[in-house]
Design a protein around this ligand. Structure first.
Ligand code: NZQ
Ligand code: ZN
Length: 403
């Protein structure tokens, strides 16, 4: 096994009956909660009212910031931070998907640096990367099963002016507490449900493939997450209020990126994420999970064509789908592509409206911000020109979008 150091400080309250206990834990973090929500779903569905009442009952003052967009924008984060400072709130509580949680984390980190008005210079690849020093306490309530932002040190931020999408990464961005209520995910539209499932899979695929097999326990953990997603997604698509399977997906999303699934393997770059963040930075209407799903088959085939991680694909084929034999890696990819197809997740970049003329600048952004300026590292070089070839190869997955 490889050495590692991990820290997972978030107290998790899981269940449909945990709001009161969660609210009491939040009340220990401060006195005035700044609740951050997205474009209206949480208010419309009654979650916002439920949370604010429970907070007030626990003795908290509550202010609400509305309007975080999917692929959250730096300018919105800046505006929200100014509002928080004016109000003097001392806890930040995102109620929403990864976009809302990430925006809230960025607000919590910018707020204490009173002279600063703009979050963008502090993200990866920009002039002041890594210079923020603290954050207000965070209490997160995810309403998608997708990102695990409720436990991660990351906040992924977009900047439409420069067509960029980059990351704040600090230990102090890990929320202190999180409420995982599967009932808050039952009204998720099918598209967001599918996209979220794709994101969960990616979080365990990345290092499973590139990190080698030195921790069989890490493999079993990751395979458990993948098998759960593969099994549960069709159930919730058929029956959206299936609380048991919604719960499995929500918990799988947390366990996919809470630092445990990759512990003991050789660390590796998150290559799929580097390519996808560049794509959805350029095209902010593209959902992160959808972009990942589009890249999976082309990226997997690109790796196999270079004889990279062949044995890892073979193991996945056997463990997830019972595939054996010399061509197990190829058959795993084909079988997984069929699963993507059956679950409305198979398409090309062209299907998503991404212009081939943009492939080269998007690839250049990926290697600039997430690589060394020339290439990513996928068990060997993945240069910008090869990223373009992966983007082009998605055309072979072309499919009439059904969803
Ligand atoms: O804005 P509202 O009205 O809330 O609607 C949202 C949004 O339109 C809707 N939604 C969320 N919960 C709902 C719901 N609709 C009905 N019922 C509910 N319960 O879903 C849409 C998508 O929401 P969004 O937050 O954008 O989705 P997701 O959770 O997939 O988050 C994606 C963002 O997280 C980043 C991605 O890059 C992207 O910006 N990531 C964050 C990570 C992290 N912090 O560690 C890691 C990930 O790899 C990822 O990069
Ligand atoms: Zn992701």
């Amino acid at each position: 096994m490889h050495s590692f150091s991990i820290h997972t400080p978030t107290r998790i309250f899981f269940g449909t009956d945990q709001l009161e206990s969660f609210s009491q834990a939040v009340a220990k973090l401060g006195r005035h909660a700044f609740v951050v929500v997205g474009g209206g779903s949480c208010e419309r569905l009654g979650y916002l009212g439920e949370v604010t009442s429970a907070f007030e009952h626990a003795g908290l003052r509550v202010s609400v910031f509305r309007g975080i967009e999917p692929n959250p924008e730096a300018a919105t984060i800046n505006r929200a931070t100014a509002a928080l400072r004016t109000l003097g709130a001392d806890i930040v509580v995102p109620l929403g998907g990864g976009s809302t949680m990430d925006a809230a984390k960025a607000i919590a980190a910018l707020a204490p640096s009173l002279m600063e008005r703009d979050i963008w210079p502090f993200v990866r690849g920009e002039s002041r990367e890594g210079q923020l020093t603290s954050a207000l306490p965070l209490a997160a309530i995810p309403t998608t099963a997708a990102t695990a932002s409720e436990v991660t040190p990351y906040a992924v931020i977009s900047n439409r002016t420069v067509k960029g999408k980059s990351v704040l990464a600090h230990e102090f961005l890990k929320p202190a507490v999180a409420l995982l209520n599967p009932a808050y995910t039952t009204q998720l539209p099918p598209t967001a449900t599918r996209d979220g499932a794709s994101d969960i899979l990616s979080h365990v695929f990345e290092n499973y493939l590139l990190g080698g097999g030195d921790s069989p326990l890490a493999d079993r953990h990751a395979e458990g997450v993948m098998a759960t997603v593969i099994h549960s997604l069709p159930h919730v698509l058929a029956k959206p209020d299936d609380l048991a399977h919604r719960g499995q997906l929500l918990w799988a999303s947390t366990l996919a990126l809470n630092e445990y699934p990759n512990a003991g393997r050789q660390p590796s770059q998150f290559v799929l994420h580097s390519m996808e963040h560049a794509l959805s930075g350029w095209y902010p209407d593209l959902a992160h999970g959808r972009g990942l799903a589009t890249l999976y088959p082309a990226y997997f085939r690109w790796l196999l064509a270079r004889n990279r991680c062949r044995e890892r694909f073979a193991q996945l084929g056997e463990r997830l789908f019972g595939i054996t034999g010399a061509d197990a890696p190829e058959r795993f990819i084909a079988t997984f592509e069929e699963w993507l197809d059956a679950n409305g997740l198979r398409q090309s970049l062209g299907n998503l409206g991404i212009d081939e003329g943009d492939y080269a600048p998007i690839a250049a952004y990926a290697v600039k911000v997430y690589g060394d300026g020339h290439q990513l590292d996928a068990l060997g070089p993945l240069p910008a020109a090869e990223i373009v070839s992966i983007f082009k190869a998605t055309a072979q997955q072309a499919h009439a979008l059904r969803h």
